[in-house]
Design a protein around this ligand. Structure first.
Ligand SMILES: Cc1ncc(C[n+]2csc(CCOP(=O)(O)OP(=O)(O)O)c2C)c(N)n1
Length: 361
């Protein structure tokens, strides 16, 4: 059984598709339909283009801020593709690819980074919680979702994502422990992208791996090559099956790399070398997945080029829509903090209106 074989204390990392696009663990190659493989690849390429463009829009002063995903596409899409329609994604804030795969639209994602609350309002049936910037707190939310699913016998697994740095926060431990104690159907995917802003993973914890933190909760943990979309798929499927069958949570450590800055306010050249980035560029999740699809006869370079052009067009059109209608009014800040406005918020809103009436800006 996969989760036993890859016990984190055995110091093994699951890889199926290596950086050169070769299957190195044939017995674990998943049987995914051509249609789904292409959906995964198309989501990852759209995610890549949307990510690069978001950074450019921000630099042009057209987007408020943005947390880049470049390099983390496989960790996210591989995990999401392994889920059932009814399962939940409980994201942090660097999950553009995972959100796209689960049905959040690019327009909604861009609206969020444009500062508009409607970017957190997803379509009916999309099982994704709003973006959560408070590091670690999404693990408690996900534990609650998972526990509710268990009580209500809903057969819904909650999958939360968190960064490497987030696993040093208290709420990570609280949520994991709660879910483990109550056998709640929770899967936590740590996107170990090597840095928490400028703090390298080696300075954030003395643990040899992040997957081994599972041992303390008494649950399975597995370390995966997070740039290998097939390995992410296989590990998450095993984890979701485990959680769904009533055995409790699983912790996955996806070893990946943030190729871009932490956010648009960060300059990573201050704390990491160009050589390090270049090394990880060779392990780019898109390169190996494309080669896999071409080798299987599912994809061609010509189709790839056409897809790139379509993505660029689609991303540009989407951002134009956001710019045309996405400007939010300051009143939204007061209105959307709670379901109903508190007396204090009402008072503050009135003060703000008065300020505007008097010519304030
Ligand atoms: C409770 C809390 N403390 C501090 C911050 C500021 N902050 C934003 S991102 C970040 C680092 C997160 O690193 P990691 O968990 O590794 O995720 P990554 O950003 O690499 O995806 C910090 C400290 C925050 N958002 N929430």
């Amino acid at each position: 059984m996969l989760l036993n074989d890859y016990d984190p204390l055995k110091k093994k990392q699951l890889t199926i598709l290596d950086p050169s696009g070769v299957i190195v663990t044939p017995k674990l190659e998943p049987n995914i339909s051509k249609e789904e493989l292409l959906k995964m690849y198309k989501t990852m390429t759209l995610g890549r283009t949307a990510d690069i463009k978001a950074l450019q829009y921000q630099r042009q002063g057209r987007m408020l801020t943005y947390a880049p995903n470049k390099g983390q596409e496989a960790a996210q899409v591989g995990a999401m593709a392994a889920l059932e329609q009814q399962d939940w994604l409980v994201p942090a804030f660097r999950e553009l690819n995972a959100m796209l795969y689960k049905g959040v639209t690019l327009e909604q994602i861009y609206l969020y980074w444009y500062g508009n609350e409607w970017g957190n309002h997803f379509d009916e049936g999309v099982k994704v919680l709003p973006i959560d910037v408070i590091i670690g707190s999404q693990i408690n939310h996900a534990a609650g979702v998972a526990y509710a699913s268990k009580i209500l016998k809903k057969n819904e697994v909650a999958v939360a994502t968190i960064g490497d740095g987030g696993t040093s926060h208290g709420e990570f431990y609280e949520g994991m422990n709660f879910a483990a104690t109550y056998d709640a159907p929770l899967v936590v995917v740590i996107q170990n992208n090597q840095y928490a802003i400028s703090t390298p993973r080696s300075k954030a914890t003395k643990a040899a791996t992040l997957a081994q933190k599972a041992v303390a909760f008494g649950i399975p943990g597995i370390q995966v090559d997070g740039n290998d979309v097939l390995a992410m798929y296989v590990a998450t499927k095993a984890a979701a099956d485990h959680a769904r069958s009533g055995k409790g949570p699983v912790l996955i450590e996806a070893v990946t790399y943030r190729l871009g800055p932490h956010t648009t306010s960060d300059d990573p050249t201050i704390y990491r070398s160009n050589e390090e980035v270049a090394e990880w560029e060779l392990k780019d999740p898109l390169i190996r997945f494309k080669k896999y699809l071409i080798d299987k006869g599912y994809w061609t370079e010509e189709e790839d080029q056409k897809l790139d052009e379509e993505n660029l067009q689609y991303v540009g059109d989407t951002f134009k829509l956001v710019e045309a209608s996405g400007t939010s009014v300051l009143e939204d800040i007061f209105k959307y903090t709670y379901a109903e406005m508190t007396p204090q918020l009402n008072e503050q809103l009135e003060a703000y209106k008065k300020y505007i009436e008097q010519g304030g800006k």
